[in-house]
Design a protein around this ligand. Structure first.
Ligand code: FAD
Ligand code: 2HG
Ligand code: ZN
Length: 480
């Protein structure tokens, strides 16, 4: 239910925003004219699962404008949703009711780059791919990669603490973000755009905003440590007969590829079937296997890397850990092989709906959940031809013990949902896993946080929220 403590948007509010923001196009105004079509993309999430009904979208140009907007919203009890590229997968980036959308798209400037330290400072609205192309020219690489890189923004990455495909190599944004510029709900601008690798001068407050999903402030600038871009990249795609063998291959990859290993991704047969059906691409391998892995190496010396890769391949094929495999010969083939992994979300996303679970699980049990889920839906007669569920798909960031369990359905359905929830979360709790490895809580996971966090921790989180956002205007109805 909409919380009546929040004001409804009036013409007076709209006039204030128009006066405050630098130009006309910075306000999409659905109050004084019919702007339904213009506003629709900002009300709808990527999965087309959630739809808000905001009457206004604001696109500030700088931190000062964000500050004026937030102060006004706070003073006037207008609820707010910060929005980046709107590619989030937990319904966080769109309003639930009529919250004001503050979209960061126009904050899209690179503020500076130091090619000795590799530190990038940029507006929060810079798109990941734009940042990566910029860094490429300077011999560096954006430390994060994910399927939505063409729309997701740096600020959205930080707010969601996104993980992605390079996490195994370059680690978490909790380590790579060196500083943030943030606007608090009352309009205070916190300038903590530090460019220091080391800085032990009290509480590291910026960490609170990394993964806060816009609940305690709006990130307007980011200072980020970026690694040197690898000169040599190799990608191999394998077929394997069992999950036991996948684990062995991962161990061997760490041992034999060591510091050049940059991704180890898992795809099951079902996931590759969906990609194949959607794209009709020729499969990379002749036969079909229950499991596939994508292994990427990135290093500074092609010859050394090839030697290591060859030795690794020889070993895993010789020991029959891997049954068949292919190594990309050029950049086009690298992109093709990656598309069998990166294209899964898109390929399964358009059948009506998908129940998505983004889970951290001790690695030995990781695939058991997919099998248990299949068995459960089968026993309830909910899966198969003419049934609601079209399959149970398992894939993910094997190197980080992060499984993506997806159940594509013809339409969202109470019976399927009740078979899955809270059963999946109970399964995870029993193994001390996490119900959200990288996508966050948003609206989807809000009521399940107790499966991964203790009552004491939830209480501490509520205290932080109360301290930073005492009026509760940021992201009501979500997170905690
Ligand atoms: P949005 O979706 O716009 O927002 C995400 C959350 O952050 C919302 O709660 C929003 O309110 C808040 N927010 C956005 N910008 C700001 C800001 N400047 N200040 C404060 N709060 C803000 N995620 C992964 O972790 N790993 C993956 O591998 C991955 N792959 C994906 C693949 C596909 C095809 C898709 C569609 C999504 C994928 N995602 C993945 C999820 C998503 O892309 C990431 O979470 C991304 O970081 C979101 O960025 P965004 O700019 O789109 O943010
Ligand atoms: C990925 O790793 C993303 O491809 C999306 O995190 C996962 O669709 C999903 O569940
Ligand atoms: Zn992922």
């Amino acid at each position: 239910k909409r919380d009546p403590k929040f004001s409804e948007l009036t013409q007076e509010h709209v006039d204030f925003f128009k006066k405050t923001l630098s130009d006309e196009s910075a306000v999409i105004d659905g109050l004084s004219k019919d702007a339904t079509d213009d506003i629709e993309p900002f009300n709808r999430d990527w999965m087309k699962k959630f739809r808000g009904r905001t009457k206004i979208v604001l696109k500030p140009k700088n931190a000062e404008e964000v500050s004026k907007i937030l102060k006004y919203c706070n003073d006037n009890m207008l609820a707010v949703v910060p929005q980046g590229g709107n590619s989030g997968l937990v319904g966080g980036s769109v309003p639930v009711f009529d919250e004001v959308v503050i979209n960061l798209t126009r904050m899209n400037k690179i503020r500076g780059f130091d090619d000795v330290s590799g530190i990038l400072v940029a507006d929060a609205g810079v798109i990941m791919e734009v940042a990566d192309n910029y860094l490429k020219e300077h011999g560096h690489v954006y430390p994060l990669d994910l399927g939505a890189k063409g729309s997701a923004q740096i600020g959205g990455n930080v707010a969601a603490n996104a993980g992605g495909l390079r996490f195994l190599r370059y680690g978490s944004l909790h380590g790579n973000v060196l500083g943030l510029e943030v606007v608090l709900p009352d309009g205070t601008i916190v300038d903590d755009l530090s460019k220091l690798r080391k800085n032990n001068t009290g509480y590291d407050l910026k960490q609170l905003f990394i993964g806060a999903e816009g609940t305690i402030g709006i990130i307007t600038g980011v200072s980020l440590q970026t690694p040197q871009r690898a000169k040599a990249v190799n990608v191999a795609y394998f077929g394997l007969e069992s999950y036991e063998k996948v684990q062995k291959a991962f161990k061997e990859a760490k041992m034999r590829l060591g510091e050049i290993l940059s991704a180890f991704e898992l795809m099951d047969a079902e996931s590759q079937k969906f990609v194949h059906n959607k794209t009709q691409m020729k499969r990379p391998l002749e036969g079909e296997y229950p499991f596939y892995c994508l292994v990427e190496t990135s290093g500074s010396n092609g010859e050394h890397d090839n030697e290591k890769l060859e030795a690794f391949l020889e070993h895993v094929m010789g020991e029959e850990i891997v049954t068949d495999g292919v190594v990309a010969q050029d950049d086009t083939q690298i992109a093709e092989l990656w598309s069998w992994r990166e294209g899964i979300t898109e390929a399964i996303g358009h059948n009506g709906g998908t129940y998505k679970y983004d889970l951290s699980i001790p690695i030995k049990d990781l695939y058991q959940l997919v099998e248990d889920t299949r068995e459960r839906l089968n026993s309830k007669n909910l899966i198969g031809d003419n049934k609601t569920a079209l399959g149970v798909v398992g894939f993910g960031h094997m190197g980080d013990a992060n499984l993506h369990l997806n159940i594509p359905v013809r339409q969202y359905d109470k019976e399927v949902e009740e078979a899955l929830e809270p059963w999946v979360y109970e399964w995870i709790q029993k193994r001390n896993g996490s119900i959200s490895a990288e996508h966050g809580l948003g609206i989807v996971k809000k009521k399940y946080i107790g499966y991964s966090k203790s009552p004491v921790m939830i209480e501490l989180m509520k205290q932080i929220k109360q301290l930073y956002d005492p009026k509760g205007i940021m992201m009501p109805y979500k997170y905690i």
